[in-house]
Write a protein that binds this ligand. Sequence first.
Ligand code: PBE
Length: 287
Amino acid sequence: MKRRGVYLLLGALMFSLLLVGCGSEQSNTVKKQIIGIDPGAGLMKATGKAITEYQLKDWELVEGSGAAMTAALTKAYENKEPIIITGWTPHWKFSKYDLKYLEDPKKVFGEAEDINTIVRTDLKKDHPVAYALLDSFHWEPADMESVMVAIQEGKDPKVAAQEWVKNNEDKVDKWLTDLQPVSGEKITLAYVAWDSEIASTNVVAVALEKLGYQVELSQVEAGPMWAGIASGDADAMVAGWLPTTHADYYQEFQGKFEDLGANLEGTKIGLVVPSYMEISSIEDLNK
Ligand code: PBE
């Protein structure tokens, strides 16, 4: 009787060890997932292309949003778990976490790009002062990143933008040189809820407000953002990633907008992982 009890106990113990073993084995298996963002983003199209060109057959690109992507990154990072995200620079995630781009030997994600300011065709005629400001708006990746970090740390985007404008008078004054304020004319800026564009759009809105404009921010998806400028529903946007990331949109609406050129140089997009992961190239995902 006694002996049987010991065997039963041993049996139960082995069974539970087996269960624990299975459990940990499961959590160690890397899910073949790339954590994406909103489906309209050029980065998502580029990632789809990368999946084809690097033959990442059983890999899934998960659609979501910029916010869902950074939430997944934060969770994985805190637990030192593997994660692969669609990433871009400038972005606060690189100052908060130790991350790396996976090498892209096939150059699917393109080279460094610019962010361009795109306005509706009649903006110069209808709002010459806003047009002139938008035309001279230009800043550096570090500027954009500092606004992004402030927002990520909990500041309201508008407040973060106001503070940046206040602390960078020299830069902002250059955008405003020789411009005569208006009184209460309305300007609509279209943007997508990407952290980089939340930062830039709010800063431009604050600068326009300094000139007396009443600025409305219209948050939309990437396609509608370009379409909105082309149709004249929105006046301007500062979120055209070119020449590669938004190439499709640029072509689709060509002739129906005015391109005021780069407001920032030196962006990058690609697949990003925490530095604690051992892989270094997109090609490693196939191993
Ligand atoms: N992004 C940020 C955008 C442009 C700005 C890289 C996520 C895109 O992929 O379209």
